[in-house]
Design a protein around this ligand. Structure first.
Ligand code: G3P
Ligand code: MG
Length: 243
């Protein structure tokens, strides 16, 4: 059965990449959560999508230029200010501590394409090990060098390659990269592609699947998981498909 990963938490209905959005994902019965991580000035792993805080908080500037403590002064309620007063940028540690009390899977996307946060991979892996979550986590990134590094640092943690355009000879590429999965932009995903992936035992998890007809299509293709901003809708559609 195709798993449902709540993208940035339940980003369609709650402030993205905040604890409120993650709690909602669990409440509606998502199988997993996807979140994005970067490093603060003092080397803390913070959960935020953009390299700057401008879009999703009331502050302005680069994540890398603020200490974690400084980042805490900004409100990450984003476009949901009519529903919530204040939301803070979480630490990855906060999420992992909470995930331990759930059965959720977790996709940690390393946001290190624009900024090469030097120690990000090792820090994330150390944190996962500290909480003993190796078998519930998938690491992914658009930075494939970073995924190769993760694979060598932690052979027992799943890795996946994010990409926008079609790959040339994806099955060979994924083998060379020693990755476990591909996370493609949904437009590149076809039924034969998913069939081939199954043959090569490569997990396919397309992003970001928000429209209901697209959800139906991906469930029908039998992809391993989808990333969606609307996990509740996806669950309804997946359930109806079964009956
Ligand atoms: O991990 C899937 C998806 O989150 C990748 O794109 O930009 O939403 O992080 P983005
Ligand atoms: Mg992401």
């Amino acid at each position: 059965m195709t798993k449902i990963f709540a993208h940035r938490g339940s980003a369609g209905t709650h402030p993205e990449n905040t604890m409120i959005a993650f709690y909602e994902a669990e409440r509606v019965g998502a199988d997993g959560i996807e979140l994005d991580v970067q490093l603060s000035k003092d080397g803390q792993i913070v959960v935020i999508h953009d390299e700057t805080i401008d879009r999703t908080t009331d502050g302005t500037g680069w994540v890398k230029d603020f200490t974690y403590r400084e980042l805490q002064q900004f409100n990450a309620v984003y476009k949901f200010a009519d529903q919530y007063d204040v939301c803070r940028i979480p630490l990855l540690e906060e999420v992992l501590a909470w995930i331990c009390s759930t059965t959720l899977l977790l996709n940690i996307e390393l946001k290190n394409s624009l900024i090469a946060y030097e120690t990000l991979e090792q820090k994330v892996i150390d944190m996962i090990r500290h909480y003993g979550l190796e078998d519930r986590i998938i690491l992914s990134s658009f930075n494939h060098n970073s995924m190769a590094l993760c694979r060598s640092l932690a052979p027992n943690i799943e890795t996946a390659l994010l990409y926008m355009e079609s790959l040339y000879d994806p099955w060979k590429y994924v083998r060379v990269m020693r990755a476990d999965g591909l996370h493609p932009y949904h437009r590149t995903v076809t039924e034969p592609f998913v069939r081939q992936a199954r043959h090569y035992q490569i997990a396919i998890r397309p992003f970001t699947i928000n429209q209901e007809p697209l959800m139906e299509k991906m469930f029908q293709y039998g992809v391993d998981a989808i990333f969606t901003d609307y996990p509740r809708n996806a669950k309804n559609i997946r359930e109806n498909k079964k009956t």
